[in-house]
Design a protein around this ligand. Structure first.
Ligand SMILES: [Fe+2]
Ligand SMILES: [Fe+2]
Length: 480
Protein backbone atom coordinates (compact mmCIF):
# COMPACT_ATOMS: atom_id res chain seq x y z
CA UNK A 1 0.00 0.00 0.00
CA UNK A 2 3.05 2.29 -0.07
CA UNK A 3 1.94 4.30 -3.04
CA UNK A 4 4.59 6.87 -3.77
CA UNK A 5 4.21 7.53 -7.47
CA UNK A 6 1.29 9.45 -8.85
CA UNK A 7 -0.98 8.13 -11.59
CA UNK A 8 -1.26 10.83 -14.25
CA UNK A 9 -3.27 8.81 -16.75
CA UNK A 10 -6.78 10.03 -15.97
CA UNK A 11 -8.36 13.45 -15.67
CA UNK A 12 -7.40 13.62 -12.01
CA UNK A 13 -3.82 12.75 -11.07
CA UNK A 14 -3.81 10.73 -7.86
CA UNK A 15 -2.09 8.17 -5.71
CA UNK A 16 -5.28 6.90 -4.09
CA UNK A 17 -6.27 4.31 -6.70
CA UNK A 18 -9.00 6.46 -8.17
CA UNK A 19 -8.96 4.30 -11.32
CA UNK A 20 -10.65 1.46 -9.43
CA UNK A 21 -12.84 3.62 -7.16
CA UNK A 22 -15.61 4.28 -9.67
CA UNK A 23 -18.04 6.06 -7.35
CA UNK A 24 -15.54 8.65 -6.09
CA UNK A 25 -13.93 9.03 -9.50
CA UNK A 26 -17.32 9.91 -11.00
CA UNK A 27 -18.15 12.30 -8.19
CA UNK A 28 -14.85 14.12 -8.64
CA UNK A 29 -15.16 14.22 -12.41
CA UNK A 30 -18.55 15.80 -11.92
CA UNK A 31 -17.09 18.38 -9.56
CA UNK A 32 -14.16 19.13 -11.92
CA UNK A 33 -15.89 21.52 -14.41
CA UNK A 34 -17.23 23.62 -11.55
CA UNK A 35 -13.73 23.85 -10.15
CA UNK A 36 -12.29 24.94 -13.51
CA UNK A 37 -15.05 27.54 -13.83
CA UNK A 38 -14.22 28.79 -10.36
CA UNK A 39 -10.51 28.95 -11.25
CA UNK A 40 -11.19 30.86 -14.46
CA UNK A 41 -13.52 33.29 -12.68
CA UNK A 42 -11.65 33.76 -9.42
CA UNK A 43 -8.03 32.68 -10.11
CA UNK A 44 -5.18 35.01 -11.15
CA UNK A 45 -6.74 37.74 -13.25
CA UNK A 46 -5.13 38.36 -16.63
CA UNK A 47 -2.58 35.53 -16.68
CA UNK A 48 -4.56 32.41 -17.46
CA UNK A 49 -2.97 32.14 -20.92
CA UNK A 50 0.59 32.82 -19.74
CA UNK A 51 3.17 30.07 -19.42
CA UNK A 52 4.32 29.81 -15.83
CA UNK A 53 7.35 27.88 -14.62
CA UNK A 54 5.57 25.78 -11.98
CA UNK A 55 6.34 22.73 -9.95
CA UNK A 56 3.90 19.84 -10.12
CA UNK A 57 3.94 16.97 -7.65
CA UNK A 58 4.85 13.72 -9.39
CA UNK A 59 5.41 11.66 -6.25
CA UNK A 60 4.92 11.94 -2.52
CA UNK A 61 8.47 10.89 -1.74
CA UNK A 62 9.92 13.69 0.41
CA UNK A 63 13.26 13.27 -1.36
CA UNK A 64 11.99 14.20 -4.80
CA UNK A 65 8.36 14.86 -5.33
CA UNK A 66 8.17 17.76 -7.76
CA UNK A 67 9.05 18.47 -11.35
CA UNK A 68 9.29 21.96 -12.86
CA UNK A 69 7.98 22.99 -16.26
CA UNK A 70 6.09 25.72 -18.10
CA UNK A 71 2.33 25.31 -17.67
CA UNK A 72 -0.72 27.43 -18.37
CA UNK A 73 -2.43 27.62 -15.01
CA UNK A 74 -5.84 26.29 -16.11
CA UNK A 75 -3.95 23.23 -17.43
CA UNK A 76 -2.21 22.62 -14.10
CA UNK A 77 -2.60 18.99 -13.02
CA UNK A 78 -4.40 19.42 -9.74
CA UNK A 79 -4.38 16.06 -8.09
CA UNK A 80 -5.12 14.04 -5.00
CA UNK A 81 -1.96 13.14 -3.16
CA UNK A 82 -1.74 11.47 0.19
CA UNK A 83 1.44 10.75 2.11
CA UNK A 84 2.15 7.00 2.18
CA UNK A 85 0.15 4.98 4.68
CA UNK A 86 2.17 3.99 7.73
CA UNK A 87 1.61 0.30 8.46
CA UNK A 88 0.12 -0.31 11.86
CA UNK A 89 -0.41 3.37 12.67
CA UNK A 90 -2.25 3.89 15.97
CA UNK A 91 -4.42 6.76 17.14
CA UNK A 92 -1.80 8.87 18.92
CA UNK A 93 -3.90 10.73 21.52
CA UNK A 94 -7.29 11.12 23.18
CA UNK A 95 -9.57 8.50 24.59
CA UNK A 96 -8.90 6.06 21.71
CA UNK A 97 -5.14 6.36 22.10
CA UNK A 98 -3.37 3.18 21.05
CA UNK A 99 -6.27 1.80 18.99
CA UNK A 100 -5.75 1.25 15.24
CA UNK A 101 -6.04 4.49 13.27
CA UNK A 102 -9.43 4.77 11.53
CA UNK A 103 -9.51 4.10 7.79
CA UNK A 104 -13.20 5.00 7.67
CA UNK A 105 -15.04 7.84 9.39
CA UNK A 106 -16.09 6.80 12.89
CA UNK A 107 -19.86 7.40 13.00
CA UNK A 108 -19.89 9.21 16.33
CA UNK A 109 -17.40 11.82 15.09
CA UNK A 110 -18.75 12.25 11.60
CA UNK A 111 -20.20 15.74 12.09
CA UNK A 112 -17.10 16.99 13.90
CA UNK A 113 -14.77 15.68 11.21
CA UNK A 114 -16.84 17.10 8.39
CA UNK A 115 -16.89 20.52 10.03
CA UNK A 116 -13.09 20.56 10.48
CA UNK A 117 -12.50 19.46 6.88
CA UNK A 118 -14.91 22.07 5.51
CA UNK A 119 -13.34 24.89 7.53
CA UNK A 120 -9.84 23.90 6.39
CA UNK A 121 -11.08 23.48 2.81
CA UNK A 122 -12.73 26.90 2.77
CA UNK A 123 -9.48 28.74 3.47
CA UNK A 124 -7.78 27.33 0.37
CA UNK A 125 -9.87 28.87 -2.43
CA UNK A 126 -10.37 31.95 -0.24
CA UNK A 127 -6.69 32.88 -0.43
CA UNK A 128 -6.67 32.45 -4.22
CA UNK A 129 -9.61 34.86 -4.41
CA UNK A 130 -7.86 37.34 -2.11
CA UNK A 131 -4.73 37.31 -4.27
CA UNK A 132 -6.28 37.30 -7.70
CA UNK A 133 -5.27 40.80 -8.83
CA UNK A 134 -1.68 40.74 -7.56
CA UNK A 135 -0.16 39.39 -10.78
CA UNK A 136 -0.76 42.78 -12.40
CA UNK A 137 1.59 44.56 -9.99
CA UNK A 138 4.23 41.87 -9.47
CA UNK A 139 7.64 43.37 -8.61
CA UNK A 140 9.38 40.78 -10.83
CA UNK A 141 8.71 37.66 -12.87
CA UNK A 142 10.30 35.64 -10.08
CA UNK A 143 7.75 36.97 -7.59
CA UNK A 144 4.91 36.57 -10.06
CA UNK A 145 5.80 32.91 -10.50
CA UNK A 146 5.91 32.39 -6.74
CA UNK A 147 2.46 33.94 -6.37
CA UNK A 148 1.05 31.64 -9.02
CA UNK A 149 2.75 28.62 -7.47
CA UNK A 150 1.11 29.41 -4.15
CA UNK A 151 -2.23 29.92 -5.93
CA UNK A 152 -2.25 26.61 -7.83
CA UNK A 153 -1.22 24.75 -4.68
CA UNK A 154 -4.00 26.34 -2.66
CA UNK A 155 -6.25 25.11 -5.45
CA UNK A 156 -4.79 21.64 -4.97
CA UNK A 157 -5.41 21.87 -1.23
CA UNK A 158 -9.06 22.46 -2.04
CA UNK A 159 -8.96 19.24 -4.08
CA UNK A 160 -7.38 17.47 -1.12
CA UNK A 161 -10.26 18.41 1.18
CA UNK A 162 -12.90 17.81 -1.48
CA UNK A 163 -11.56 14.29 -2.01
CA UNK A 164 -12.13 13.54 1.69
CA UNK A 165 -15.65 14.99 1.52
CA UNK A 166 -16.56 13.03 -1.64
CA UNK A 167 -14.97 9.78 -0.55
CA UNK A 168 -16.09 9.60 3.07
CA UNK A 169 -19.19 11.77 3.53
CA UNK A 170 -21.71 10.74 0.87
CA UNK A 171 -24.49 13.16 -0.04
CA UNK A 172 -23.71 15.85 2.50
CA UNK A 173 -20.03 15.65 1.55
CA UNK A 174 -21.02 16.33 -2.05
CA UNK A 175 -23.11 19.30 -0.96
CA UNK A 176 -20.24 20.71 1.06
CA UNK A 177 -17.90 20.25 -1.92
CA UNK A 178 -20.30 22.30 -4.05
CA UNK A 179 -20.62 24.99 -1.40
CA UNK A 180 -16.83 25.38 -1.31
CA UNK A 181 -17.06 26.62 -4.90
CA UNK A 182 -19.96 28.97 -4.14
CA UNK A 183 -18.67 31.10 -1.25
CA UNK A 184 -16.50 34.11 -2.13
CA UNK A 185 -13.89 35.95 -0.11
CA UNK A 186 -15.25 39.28 1.11
CA UNK A 187 -18.72 38.74 -0.35
CA UNK A 188 -21.47 40.40 1.69
CA UNK A 189 -23.96 37.53 1.21
CA UNK A 190 -21.79 34.44 0.85
CA UNK A 191 -18.45 35.19 2.51
CA UNK A 192 -15.74 32.66 3.28
CA UNK A 193 -16.02 31.13 6.74
CA UNK A 194 -13.15 32.80 8.61
CA UNK A 195 -12.52 36.51 9.12
CA UNK A 196 -8.92 36.81 7.92
CA UNK A 197 -9.92 35.14 4.66
CA UNK A 198 -12.42 37.87 3.90
CA UNK A 199 -9.87 40.69 4.20
CA UNK A 200 -8.30 42.19 1.09
CA UNK A 201 -4.76 41.38 -0.03
CA UNK A 202 -4.40 44.60 -2.02
CA UNK A 203 -0.63 44.84 -2.48
CA UNK A 204 2.53 42.76 -2.45
CA UNK A 205 3.62 43.68 1.04
CA UNK A 206 0.23 42.39 2.21
CA UNK A 207 0.83 39.22 0.19
CA UNK A 208 4.21 38.59 1.81
CA UNK A 209 2.80 39.31 5.27
CA UNK A 210 -0.18 37.06 4.53
CA UNK A 211 2.00 34.16 3.41
CA UNK A 212 4.26 34.72 6.41
CA UNK A 213 1.59 35.03 9.11
CA UNK A 214 -1.62 33.51 7.76
CA UNK A 215 -0.19 30.57 5.81
CA UNK A 216 1.65 29.81 9.04
CA UNK A 217 -1.68 29.47 10.80
CA UNK A 218 -2.50 27.03 8.00
CA UNK A 219 0.65 25.15 8.83
CA UNK A 220 -0.29 24.91 12.52
CA UNK A 221 -3.81 23.69 11.71
CA UNK A 222 -2.43 21.13 9.23
CA UNK A 223 0.13 19.97 11.78
CA UNK A 224 -2.64 19.44 14.33
CA UNK A 225 -4.80 17.59 11.77
CA UNK A 226 -1.81 15.55 10.54
CA UNK A 227 -1.88 13.92 13.98
CA UNK A 228 -5.49 12.84 13.51
CA UNK A 229 -6.64 9.33 14.27
CA UNK A 230 -8.64 9.50 11.01
CA UNK A 231 -5.82 8.24 8.82
CA UNK A 232 -6.85 9.66 5.40
CA UNK A 233 -6.99 13.14 6.95
CA UNK A 234 -3.61 12.66 8.55
CA UNK A 235 -2.04 11.49 5.30
CA UNK A 236 -3.59 14.32 3.28
CA UNK A 237 -2.35 16.95 5.70
CA UNK A 238 1.12 15.48 5.84
CA UNK A 239 1.53 15.92 2.10
CA UNK A 240 -0.04 19.40 2.15
CA UNK A 241 2.60 20.45 4.68
CA UNK A 242 5.39 19.78 2.19
CA UNK A 243 3.77 22.28 -0.19
CA UNK A 244 2.91 24.73 2.59
CA UNK A 245 6.60 25.13 3.41
CA UNK A 246 7.10 26.95 0.10
CA UNK A 247 4.28 29.38 0.88
CA UNK A 248 5.93 30.44 4.11
CA UNK A 249 9.28 30.62 2.33
CA UNK A 250 7.70 33.09 -0.10
CA UNK A 251 6.45 35.19 2.82
CA UNK A 252 9.58 35.06 4.91
CA UNK A 253 12.04 35.73 2.10
CA UNK A 254 9.67 38.29 0.58
CA UNK A 255 9.70 40.42 3.71
CA UNK A 256 13.44 39.82 4.16
CA UNK A 257 14.06 41.19 0.67
CA UNK A 258 11.89 44.25 1.37
CA UNK A 259 13.83 44.88 4.58
CA UNK A 260 17.12 44.35 2.73
CA UNK A 261 16.25 46.85 0.02
CA UNK A 262 15.12 49.46 2.55
CA UNK A 263 18.30 49.07 4.60
CA UNK A 264 20.53 49.21 1.51
CA UNK A 265 18.80 52.34 0.21
CA UNK A 266 19.03 54.04 3.62
CA UNK A 267 22.72 53.25 3.84
CA UNK A 268 23.44 54.54 0.34
CA UNK A 269 21.59 57.75 1.15
CA UNK A 270 23.27 58.09 4.54
CA UNK A 271 19.99 57.95 6.48
CA UNK A 272 20.50 56.50 9.95
CA UNK A 273 17.16 57.40 11.58
CA UNK A 274 14.60 54.73 10.68
CA UNK A 275 11.80 57.08 11.79
CA UNK A 276 12.72 59.71 9.21
CA UNK A 277 9.87 58.31 7.14
CA UNK A 278 9.57 61.15 4.63
CA UNK A 279 13.23 60.89 3.60
CA UNK A 280 13.14 57.09 3.43
CA UNK A 281 10.04 57.17 1.25
CA UNK A 282 11.72 59.56 -1.16
CA UNK A 283 14.04 56.65 -1.95
CA UNK A 284 11.11 54.59 -3.24
CA UNK A 285 11.39 51.95 -0.51
CA UNK A 286 9.13 50.91 2.38
CA UNK A 287 10.13 52.46 5.70
CA UNK A 288 10.63 50.12 8.65
CA UNK A 289 7.89 51.63 10.87
CA UNK A 290 5.34 50.89 8.13
CA UNK A 291 6.63 47.31 7.90
CA UNK A 292 6.09 47.03 11.65
CA UNK A 293 2.52 48.27 11.30
CA UNK A 294 1.80 45.75 8.57
CA UNK A 295 3.21 42.98 10.75
CA UNK A 296 1.01 44.16 13.64
CA UNK A 297 -2.06 43.96 11.46
CA UNK A 298 -1.47 40.58 9.86
CA UNK A 299 -0.33 38.98 13.11
CA UNK A 300 -3.37 40.16 15.05
CA UNK A 301 -5.84 39.15 12.32
CA UNK A 302 -4.22 35.73 12.17
CA UNK A 303 -4.37 35.20 15.95
CA UNK A 304 -8.15 35.41 15.63
CA UNK A 305 -8.04 32.25 13.49
CA UNK A 306 -7.06 30.21 16.54
CA UNK A 307 -10.49 30.82 18.08
CA UNK A 308 -11.35 31.18 21.73
CA UNK A 309 -8.53 30.50 24.17
CA UNK A 310 -10.80 28.23 26.19
CA UNK A 311 -12.73 25.97 23.86
CA UNK A 312 -15.00 22.98 24.33
CA UNK A 313 -14.87 22.23 20.60
CA UNK A 314 -11.09 21.93 20.71
CA UNK A 315 -11.30 19.77 23.85
CA UNK A 316 -13.87 17.48 22.20
CA UNK A 317 -11.84 17.13 19.00
CA UNK A 318 -8.75 16.20 20.99
CA UNK A 319 -10.54 13.81 23.30
CA UNK A 320 -12.08 12.12 20.25
CA UNK A 321 -8.67 11.65 18.62
CA UNK A 322 -9.56 13.88 15.66
CA UNK A 323 -7.31 16.95 16.07
CA UNK A 324 -4.06 16.78 18.04
CA UNK A 325 -1.48 19.22 19.29
CA UNK A 326 1.39 20.69 17.27
CA UNK A 327 3.90 17.81 16.91
CA UNK A 328 1.90 15.60 19.24
CA UNK A 329 4.18 12.69 18.30
CA UNK A 330 7.20 14.45 19.76
CA UNK A 331 5.59 15.45 23.07
CA UNK A 332 6.27 13.45 26.21
CA UNK A 333 3.14 13.09 28.30
CA UNK A 334 0.06 10.88 28.59
CA UNK A 335 -1.42 12.27 25.31
CA UNK A 336 -4.77 12.40 27.06
CA UNK A 337 -4.20 15.49 29.22
CA UNK A 338 -5.81 13.92 32.25
CA UNK A 339 -5.67 16.41 35.08
CA UNK A 340 -3.06 18.55 33.28
CA UNK A 341 -3.19 22.34 33.26
CA UNK A 342 -1.99 24.99 30.85
CA UNK A 343 -1.44 28.71 31.50
CA UNK A 344 -3.90 30.92 29.61
CA UNK A 345 -3.82 34.70 29.31
CA UNK A 346 -7.24 35.96 30.33
CA UNK A 347 -9.07 39.13 31.13
CA UNK A 348 -9.77 38.90 34.88
CA UNK A 349 -11.23 41.77 36.90
CA UNK A 350 -10.35 44.05 34.02
CA UNK A 351 -6.69 42.96 34.01
CA UNK A 352 -4.77 40.78 31.58
CA UNK A 353 -3.37 37.93 33.60
CA UNK A 354 -2.25 34.35 33.30
CA UNK A 355 -4.44 31.66 34.79
CA UNK A 356 -4.03 27.90 34.81
CA UNK A 357 -6.83 26.19 32.91
CA UNK A 358 -7.49 22.49 32.26
CA UNK A 359 -5.05 21.54 29.49
CA UNK A 360 -7.82 19.93 27.47
CA UNK A 361 -9.82 23.17 27.34
CA UNK A 362 -6.75 25.27 26.55
CA UNK A 363 -5.71 23.57 23.30
CA UNK A 364 -6.41 26.58 21.09
CA UNK A 365 -4.25 28.69 23.39
CA UNK A 366 -1.50 26.13 23.25
CA UNK A 367 -1.54 25.93 19.45
CA UNK A 368 -1.49 29.73 19.34
CA UNK A 369 1.52 29.80 21.66
CA UNK A 370 3.33 27.33 19.40
CA UNK A 371 2.42 29.57 16.48
CA UNK A 372 3.90 32.64 18.14
CA UNK A 373 7.18 30.79 18.77
CA UNK A 374 7.25 29.76 15.11
CA UNK A 375 6.52 33.34 13.98
CA UNK A 376 9.38 34.74 15.99
CA UNK A 377 11.98 32.60 14.21
CA UNK A 378 11.62 34.39 10.89
CA UNK A 379 11.31 37.80 12.54
CA UNK A 380 14.71 37.16 14.09
CA UNK A 381 16.07 36.78 10.56
CA UNK A 382 14.48 40.07 9.44
CA UNK A 383 16.11 41.79 12.40
CA UNK A 384 19.52 40.35 11.53
CA UNK A 385 19.35 42.20 8.20
CA UNK A 386 18.50 45.47 9.98
CA UNK A 387 21.22 44.91 12.55
CA UNK A 388 23.85 44.15 9.89
CA UNK A 389 23.00 47.50 8.29
CA UNK A 390 23.59 49.22 11.64
CA UNK A 391 20.09 50.70 11.75
CA UNK A 392 18.63 51.05 15.26
CA UNK A 393 15.28 49.33 14.70
CA UNK A 394 13.79 46.02 15.68
CA UNK A 395 10.64 44.41 14.32
CA UNK A 396 8.65 42.81 17.15
CA UNK A 397 5.35 41.00 17.48
CA UNK A 398 2.59 42.95 19.22
CA UNK A 399 1.01 41.69 22.45
CA UNK A 400 -1.66 39.04 21.89
CA UNK A 401 -4.31 41.40 23.34
CA UNK A 402 -3.65 43.95 20.60
CA UNK A 403 -6.36 44.49 17.93
CA UNK A 404 -8.34 41.33 18.58
CA UNK A 405 -11.83 40.45 17.44
CA UNK A 406 -12.15 36.94 18.83
CA UNK A 407 -11.39 35.51 22.25
CA UNK A 408 -10.56 37.01 25.66
CA UNK A 409 -9.49 40.39 24.37
CA UNK A 410 -12.15 41.04 21.76
CA UNK A 411 -13.94 43.43 24.10
CA UNK A 412 -11.01 45.67 25.01
CA UNK A 413 -8.51 47.92 23.30
CA UNK A 414 -4.83 47.44 23.98
CA UNK A 415 -1.66 48.93 22.56
CA UNK A 416 1.09 46.75 21.11
CA UNK A 417 2.67 46.29 24.56
CA UNK A 418 -0.62 45.03 26.01
CA UNK A 419 -1.50 48.20 27.92
CA UNK A 420 -5.25 48.71 27.93
CA UNK A 421 -6.60 51.82 26.22
CA UNK A 422 -9.93 53.58 26.47
CA UNK A 423 -12.02 53.90 23.31
CA UNK A 424 -10.90 57.50 22.95
CA UNK A 425 -7.21 56.63 23.44
CA UNK A 426 -7.48 53.82 20.92
CA UNK A 427 -9.05 56.09 18.30
CA UNK A 428 -6.28 58.61 18.87
CA UNK A 429 -3.40 56.14 18.85
CA UNK A 430 -4.39 53.33 16.48
CA UNK A 431 -2.67 55.05 13.55
CA UNK A 432 0.61 54.53 15.42
CA UNK A 433 0.08 50.77 15.42
CA UNK A 434 -1.87 49.94 12.28
CA UNK A 435 -1.37 51.14 8.69
CA UNK A 436 -3.13 54.45 8.04
CA UNK A 437 -4.78 55.41 4.76
CA UNK A 438 -1.64 57.39 4.00
CA UNK A 439 0.56 54.33 4.57
CA UNK A 440 -1.66 52.26 2.32
CA UNK A 441 -1.62 54.92 -0.39
CA UNK A 442 2.16 55.08 -0.24
CA UNK A 443 2.53 51.30 -0.57
CA UNK A 444 0.04 51.30 -3.41
CA UNK A 445 2.03 54.01 -5.20
CA UNK A 446 5.01 51.61 -5.28
CA UNK A 447 3.08 48.77 -6.87
CA UNK A 448 4.34 49.19 -10.41
CA UNK A 449 4.77 45.95 -12.32
CA UNK A 450 8.27 44.89 -13.38
CA UNK A 451 8.04 42.27 -16.11
CA UNK A 452 11.53 42.35 -17.61
CA UNK A 453 13.38 39.11 -16.76
CA UNK A 454 15.96 39.66 -14.01
CA UNK A 455 14.64 43.13 -13.04
CA UNK A 456 13.05 44.04 -9.70
CA UNK A 457 10.85 46.90 -8.52
CA UNK A 458 12.50 49.70 -6.52
CA UNK A 459 11.28 48.49 -3.14
CA UNK A 460 12.50 44.89 -3.11
CA UNK A 461 15.91 43.20 -3.38
CA UNK A 462 16.49 40.24 -5.72
CA UNK A 463 16.43 36.76 -4.14
CA UNK A 464 19.70 35.07 -3.20
CA UNK A 465 18.95 32.04 -5.41
CA UNK A 466 16.46 31.35 -8.16
CA UNK A 467 13.65 28.81 -8.14
CA UNK A 468 14.89 25.40 -9.29
CA UNK A 469 18.38 26.97 -9.28
CA UNK A 470 17.57 29.09 -12.31
CA UNK A 471 19.82 32.08 -13.04
CA UNK A 472 18.75 35.66 -12.29
CA UNK A 473 17.48 36.59 -15.76
CA UNK A 474 15.37 33.44 -16.13
CA UNK A 475 11.94 34.11 -17.62
CA UNK A 476 9.73 32.56 -14.91
CA UNK A 477 6.54 33.70 -16.60
CA UNK A 478 6.08 34.04 -20.35
CA UNK A 479 3.30 36.57 -20.35
CA UNK A 480 0.71 36.00 -23.04
FE1 LIG B 1 -3.18 25.62 1.71
FE1 LIG C 1 -0.62 27.94 1.87
Amino acid sequence: MNIVNVDYDGLIPNNVGLGTDVRVKRALEKWHPGYINWWNDMGPEGFQESLVYLRTAVSVDPKGWAKFDYVKMPDYRWGILLAPQLQGRKIPFGKHKGEDAWQEVPGEYRAMLRRLIVIQGDTEPASVEQQRYLGKTAPSLYDMRNLFQVNVEEGRHLWAMVYLLQKYFGTDGREEAEALLQRRSGDADTPRMLGAFNEKTPDWLSFFMFTYFTDRDGKMQLEALAQSGFDPLSRTCRFMLTEEAHHMFVGETGVTRVVQRTCDAMKEAGITDPNDIARVRKLGVIDLPTLQKKANMHFSLTLDLFGNEISTNAANAYHAGIKGRFREDRLQDDHQLKGGTYPVLRLKDGKIQSEDAPALSALNMRLRDDYVVDCNLGIGRWNKVIEAAGIPFKITLPHVAFHRHIGEFAGIHADTSGKQLSDAEWEKQKGDYLPSDGDRDYIESLMKPETEPGKFASWIAPPKVGIDNKPGEFEYVKIA
